[in-house]
Each structure stands twice: as C-alpha cells, then as structure tokens.
Design a protein around this ligand. Structure first.
Ligand SMILES: *Cc1c(COP(=O)(O)O)cnc(C)c1O
Length: 362
C-alpha cells in the first residue's frame, strides 16, 4: 500500500473491509430481505405520472412536510414525538454516531447483530462493543447490564426483531437496558411489519429511547427512506447532521403516494408472513436442518457444511446469505429471505436436491 495513502487515510478506515454486495444477475435473489412483490399496475401508473410532473429542476422540500404527515398518521407516531428522515435508515445510524462520537465514546450492540452498527461506529471514530447473545440468540441481560456498567455506552442499538437471527428480544429485558444505560437506546424496527410488536408506545415513557423504522423491508428498498422517531429535543440535535436535501423529490413523492395505499404494503407483508410459515415448515422437515424461529421476513437455519451448501445453491442460481464464519454463534448458519411462493419452492427443491445427493468421493 502506498505510503501516501497510509499517511492520509485514517487507520480505522484502512482496517475496515467494505460492505460486500454480491452480484445477483439472473439469480433467484433471497439474500437481502427485499419484498419480492411488485406494486399493482394502477399504482405504478400513478407513480409514472408523478415522475412526469415532478419539478426535478428544483431542490426537494428539505423538511418533507407532507410525507411526514402521512407517515405520522399511518404509522401511529405519537403527536409529541418528532420525525427525522434519512436516505435509508443506514444514514440515520450514521447521523446518530456522528453526533455522539466524542473521544472514547462507545456504541454498543449485540453480536450477532446488524453489521452496519459496527461499521458505522468504526468509521465515525467510535468504539464498538458487541455483547454476545445466548446460544438461542436471545438477549443475555446480565451480560448486557455488566457491559453497560463497564463501558458506559453513549448509544445502544437493538434491532427488534434482530438481524440476522430473526427473533424478537424479550421486551422486558429491553426495558431493563433502557433503564440501566447512561446513554440513549435506539430500537431498530426494520422488520416491524412482519412482527406485530413495537416500542412505539414506550417512547413517551422513556426520555432516552428513540425508534427507527425503514421502508426498505416493506417493499421500497430502492427508494431509500428510513425514519427516526423521538423527542423533539433529541431530533433537533440530530437534524443538524442531516444533509439538507438527503431525501430526494422522487422518494418523497413516491413514498407519499404509496402510503396513501398503505393497505397494499400490509397485504404484501401478510403474504410474506404466510409464506414464512410454509418455508419454515418445509425446512424443518429436512434431515439435519435446524430452523430458528422468525418474526422477520427471513429465516436463519443451521446445517452441516453450510458454506459448501451455500456455494452449491449459488451454482444452481439461488443466492442466499452465508453467515458461517461471521460469528461463533453462527457456525454453519445460512439466512434465507422469504420470497414468492415460486422462489421459496425453487429454493427448497434445490436445497433438498443438494442434501440428498450422495457425497462424491474424490
Ligand atoms: C436492513 C436493515 C436496516 C437498513 O435499512 P435501510 O433503511 O435500507 O438503510 C437497518 N436495520 C436493520 C436491522 C436492517 O436489517
């Protein structure tokens, strides 16, 4: 590596590996928790019309006022709470880390957890502390409380349901953490639509609680819109770090229009939940496959030689996520996103074929 590069780039950036997104050209794509369904034609036509009429020569509304009104109503956001929008919720995580990154400040998460918490903490100059989950991926409350008193985190991120495990943590344990920590807790509800559980009602109760949502897993991953909900005094500070026009005009217009038909998104989420039940049951019948419970739109499972099986699936044109080797608790674990009925069937058939194949002797 050139000396110039090494002298200019911060050491923690040099040490970081870039977030890897594999190519999915022509594959059945079940790796990224995307909603597999398209929108009804009539709604897509309305979106075309919006694009035709949009004043893209002008900057977007920097405060996205009308979009926030409809988000507040459809998502039942308490009236005393403020909303901040991000270009995806990843950008909100970044704003929180930038705002809290005093020298030596700690951002705490759980491991295995959402990789971006660690990556963003690191590039914002924070110390990331990941507290291990138990073997069945539940919160280890004692370990969390001990880590909180040892590290005094400025920020704790908890995904509810958790990614990559798919389960909901015990809400009472989360409350204990909110009460014990000297800093703020962000409950990341990226998968809320598939879970029937939320901390939205707890916001008024805890002054150090913030709640994050995203439209990505709900069918709008390509639009890039995430939101943070919390007390106005917190959000007023975080707003200073939000770049003025971070949510573009097309995202604002399209998200607003789609949220006028929020029932469509909810119907799609319900269909995904029904497919999840079928997919879990099928995986559970496969010999040697251990399936974990899921309240999200993906399923974590464990089987022997996971990395080899992941590669074989890929050779058959099916892309899922290999988690083997990313954390000791994820040994031999793979994660599959719930797709359409056809995609799930293809995936199960192919997996069965791989598992039934007699081992080839070298
Ligand atoms: C996917 C995901 C996000 C990121 O969502 P974007 O809004 O697309 O940036 C945030 N948190 C968790 C836990 C996720 O799995």
């Amino acid at each position: 590596m050139s000396n110039l590069l090494k002298s200019i780039i911060r050491p923690e950036i040099l040490a970081l590996s870039a977030y890897h997104v594999p190519s999915a050209d022509g594959m059945i794509k079940l790796d990224a928790m995307e909603n597999p369904y398209t929108l009804p034609l009539i709604l897509r036509e309305e979106i075309s019309q919006l694009a035709e009429d949009a004043h893209i020569n002008r900057y977007p509304d920097p405060s996205a006022t009308s979009l926030k009104v409809i988000l507040r109503n459809t998502l039942s956001i308490p009236s005393e709470m403020a909303i901040m929008l991000g270009n995806g919720s990843d950008e909100i995580i970044q704003a929180i880390a930038l705002a809290t990154a005093k020298p030596e400040a700690v951002l705490m998460g759980v491991d295995p957890g959402f990789a971006m918490f660690r990556i963003i903490a690191t590039f914002c100059g924070m110390n990331y502390v990941g507290v291990p989950l138990t073997a069945n991926f539940s919160l280890d409350l004692d370990a969390m409380l001990a880590a909180i008193s040892q590290h005094r985190p400025a920020v704790i991120f908890l995904a509810y349901p958790n990614n990559p495990s798919g389960n909901l943590f015990d809400p009472q344990a989360i409350c204990r953490i909110i009460e014990a920590t000297p800093g703020i807790v962000i409950v990341d509800e990226a998968y809320q639509a598939f879970a029937d559980a939320t901390f939205m009602d707890m916001l008024t109760q805890y002054p150090n609680l913030l709640l994050m949502r995203t439209l990505s897993k709900l069918g709008l991953a390509g639009l890039r819109l995430g939101l943070l909900v919390g007390r106005p005094e917190w959000l007023a500070q975080l707003e200073k770090l939000r770049l003025p026009y971070n949510v573009g005009i097309m995202t604002q217009l399209i998200a607003e229009r789609i949220f006028q038909h929020y029932d469509i998104l909810l119907e799609q989420a319900a269909a995904i939940k029904a497919e999840r039940t079928i997919l879990r049951a099928r995986l559970a019948t496969m010999e040697g496959v251990e399936v974990f419970p899921s309240d999200a739109n993906f399923i974590l499972f464990r089987l022997n030689e996971a990395s080899r099986i992941f590669q074989e699936l890929q050779q058959y044109g099916i892309l899922i996520k290999n988690l083997d080797g990313t954390h000791p608790l994820l040994k031999n674990c793979l994660r599959v996103t719930v797709g359409t009925s056809d995609e799930n069937t293809q995936f199960c058939k192919t997996l069965r074929r791989i598992l039934d194949k007699p081992l080839q002797l070298a």
